[in-house]
Design a protein around this ligand. Structure first.
Ligand code: CMX
Length: 134
């Protein structure tokens, strides 16, 4: 397994519209998509920086993963996502190497990608995501 690049960096924010304004007005990036991911209880906004995206995450439910994260730790970097050839296979290989998984197999995430998470307790405190196009 080897990631081809960092697919995105997920950043937890309290207010999506205010955060979008910062990325557009200060950094000069363009928000190209806003998407609700109901099963993750988040609203997302995407910006492209080279090959890597910034994914802003606003919680749509205080009990969701981003709502709980912000309550405990405040706004900030929430996860890092690596682009893989096959997210399910990468999850399987990580588990074989002793990493604790959140997702045993991949599922559909934002932008229709196959995604799956590794537990931050197993990855030196960084919530880690694998993504693939199929
Ligand atoms: N990064 C690092 N550590 C994190 C974390 C994160 N994003 N989120 C939670 N933790 C830590 C907490 O600080 C806590 O640590 P302590 O035990 O030392 O206090 C521990 O993990 C448990 O946290 P919790 O608040 O009790 O939360 P849960 O165990 O219920 O859930 C997690 C934590 C990571 C399993 C859950 O957030 C999860 O399943 N995340 C994956 C899905 C996700 O984050 N979706 C949103 C993004 C979706 C998208 O990109 O589209």
């Amino acid at each position: 397994m080897k990631p081809s690049h960092i697919e995105h960096i997920g950043i937890a924010v309290n207010d999506l519209q205010q955060a979008i304004k910062y990325y557009e007005d200060v950094l000069g990036l363009k928000c190209y998509a806003v998407e609700e991911v109901a099963d993750q209880k988040v609203r997302t906004a995407f910006f492209l920086v080279g090959e890597t995206k910034i994914e802003l995450l606003e919680s749509s439910d205080a009990d969701g993963p981003v709502g709980k994260f912000i309550e405990k730790r405040g706004e900030g970097i929430h996860h890092i996502a690596f682009a893989m050839d096959d997210a399910s296979q990468a999850l399987k290989e990580a588990e074989e190497k002793g990493v604790q998984l959140i997702d045993k197999t991949s599922r559909k995430g934002a932008e229709g990608l196959d995604i799956g998470f590794l537990h931050p307790k197993s990855t030196f405190g960084v919530l880690t995501e694998f993504c693939s196009k199929n």
